[in-house]
Write a protein that binds this ligand. Structure first.
Ligand code: SF4
Length: 385
């Protein structure tokens, strides 16, 4: 990586002599930051250090939008193959708008946060219906579309349309919080507004696209959450957190409550032809539209076997008998941890159609499952019928 170029503080040598932290709020300090010089140093660094990415080879708003949605809460390396496959399946916004739900979910399978996939299609439908298939260039119009928040709107407007729109994704929040030594809980709107203010000020006229990309890259490559590489950072001469000797103290870390762990069971029921029963989760809820092995959460004090029998009774399978627990899968959701126990179950007698559909083991791969159930699919396939 190229060494950064300097601002006023580059002459200090390293380690930098500690200076007292600058008090926040930023409205007290931001005026002192020479944003034009900061932006110029940032752009100089970016011209030598930009990361190549498949979605940076285009300014097609459809592709930029798709990449920005996929990159929400997901690493670049994970997104790249999904992005390519998704574009092969849905090369334009019209085909995405008309895509069958199962195909859409299958393409998204494994990326997580499935509400993004559903919003993607809702957004595509609105762009086709109300905007003639063309994404609006204005950040406010973009923000009115499903699944597009303020920062994503800024990213699309700047990267695809060259607007001077600021962004504030996770990487950029860290950079601006450190640059301005912005204190306070970063989830509070007043603190966020101070961060937006710094991001806006750095977005110098006419360079919106490069500034947005440069800020993203600086946050990902140099101003990392732990051990930021301030020695090569082009902003170190002005960075208040660095000059105070405490870059990692920004943004403030707020203690999160530990996540509760919820137990659930999944019944693997096979018929005499070796087919497996699966059902589709209701649209709109958690993991809506994905397929799963039937079952559900345990109630307080309930055993796994009792939960399976209860589910069987509710689904019209009163003869369901749990026979063997063959796997326990752990998975973290945003608000809780899941421990999912996969059980082989036997059912005597008829199974009502409302319980689900029967698919062969091979055909399981043609259905989109949530992550924990994907692991169950793998384990089922490992065992010879
Ligand atoms: Fe650059 Fe370090 Fe400041 Fe981050 S904390 S912006 S890496 S000087």
């Amino acid at each position: 990586m190229a060494a950064g170029r300097g601002g006023p503080g580059r002459d200090f040598g390293f380690p930098c002599p500690p200076v007292p932290p600058v008090p926040s709020p930023l409205n007290h300090t931001s005026h002192a930051l020479p944003f034009n010089a900061v932006a110029s140093a940032l752009l100089g660094w970016f011209s030598e250090s930009a990361r190549p990415m498949p979605w940076r080879e285009t300014t097609d708003p459809y592709r930029i939008w798709l990449s920005e949605i996929m990159l929400q809460q997901t690493q670049v390396a994970t997104v790249a193959p999904y992005y390519r496959r998704f574009l092969e399946a849905f090369p334009d916004v019209e085909r995405l708008a008309l895509a069958p739900e199962d195909l859409l979910m299958k393409q998204w399978e494994g990326l997580g946060y499935y509400a993004r996939a559903r919003n993607l299609q809702k957004c595509a439908a609105i762009v086709v219906r109300e905007h003639g298939g063309r994404f609006p260039a204005d950040p406010e119009c973009l923000e009115a579309l499903p699944g597009i928040g303020r920062s994503t709107a800024g990213a699309i407007a700047s990267i695809a349309f060259g607007k001077d729109a600021a962004i504030l994704d996770g990487n950029v929040k860290r950079v601006v919080a450190r640059l301005g030594a912005i204190t306070g809980d970063p989830s509070r709107s007043a603190v966020k507004e101070r961060m937006w203010e710094v991001s806006r000020q750095i977005t110098v006229p006419g360079r919106g696209r490069e500034i947005a990309l440069a800020m993203m890259d600086l946050g990902a490559l140099v101003c990392t959450p732990r051990r930021p590489d301030c020695r090569v950072c082009p902003l170190s001469g002005w960075c208040r957190a660095f000059l105070a000797g405490t870059p990692e103290a920004f943004p403030e870390k707020v203690e999160r409550k530990s996540r509760p762990v919820r137990e659930a069971v999944a019944a693997v029921i096979e018929d005499g032809d070796g087919r497996v029963l699966i059902r589709k989760r209701p649209a709109g809820g958690l993991l809506g539209g994905l397929w799963e092995f039937p079952g559900g959460f345990l109630e307080p004090g309930e055993s796994q076997e009792s939960a399976l029998v209860r589910w069987g009774r509710e689904a019209g399978l009163s003869s369901l008998t749990p026979s063997e627990m063959f796997a326990t899968i752990r998975h973290a959701f945003t608000h809780f941890g899941l421990r999912l126990h996969g059980w082989r179950c036997r059912v005597d007698g008829d199974i009502p159609e409302s319980a689900g559909i029967w698919v062969t083991r091979n055909d399981l791969s043609n259905h989109a499952f949530p992550r924990a159930h994907q692991i169950l699919v793998k384990k089922i396939k490992e065992v010879r019928p």
